[in-house]
Design a protein. Structure first.
Length: 190
């Protein structure tokens, strides 16, 4: 029962993420221009919030995975997780150094460092969850929680197409309408 609920939640978030990933970074600048004040209407803010759209799915999956770990882990496993959190903090610090200091990416570097941090935490949680179900004679593989391959391919193609057209949104109404139509079609496809 726990596996079934976890798989259902992860797949639902997978569907939401596969919609947010390609559409969010394109919709954010349009929304800022339409609803935002003049202060928010800048390429720097648009770029940062668009990048943040890539971070949100990582944050969501990490929340689900760590909630499961917290509810299923024994006290000794929770202590072990606390130790790993120190390692994750070091990983974040290293990623922040690379993106902020070496890459000089500013606030975008901070978002990228957080994506790396969430990625390693999700990976650790996945191995814990896989081990947990293995101990309870119930296998959980990536295929159990993954969406269909066509969904991922549609996401990659849509992301590529919309990202290439995003440059023209501010000056070209035809392109903006095309992005809107492609976005609606993509949501219906998913």
């Amino acid at each position: 029962m726990a596996k079934s609920h976890l798989v259902d939640v992860l797949q639902a978030y997978g569907i939401l993420s596969i919609i947010v990933f390609p559409l969010g970074p394109v919709i954010v600048p349009l929304a800022l221009r339409f609803w935002g004040t003049h202060r928010w209407n800048s390429p720097k803010v648009e770029g940062l919030l668009s990048l943040y759209c890539y971070y949100v799915p990582f944050l969501a999956f990490n929340g689900i995975a760590e909630a499961f770990v917290s509810s299923a882990a024994t006290p000794s496993e929770l202590r072990s997780q606390a130790g790993w959190m120190g390692g994750f903090s070091a990983c974040f610090a290293l990623a922040a150094y690379v993106f902020l200091k070496l890459g000089d990416l500013g606030a975008q570097g901070l978002v990228l460092a957080n994506i790396v941090n969430m990625g390693v935490r999700i990976l650790w949680s996945y191995f814990f969850i896989k081990s947990y179900f293995g101990r309870h004679k119930n296998h959980l593989g990536l295929a159990d929680v993954s969406l269909h391959l066509c969904s991922y391919l549609a996401g990659v193609v849509t992301t590529s197409v919309l990202s290439s057209k995003r440059v023209y949104v501010a000056t070209n109404l035809h392109s903006t309408i095309g992005i809107f139509i492609a976005g609606v079609a993509y949501i219906l496809l998913m």
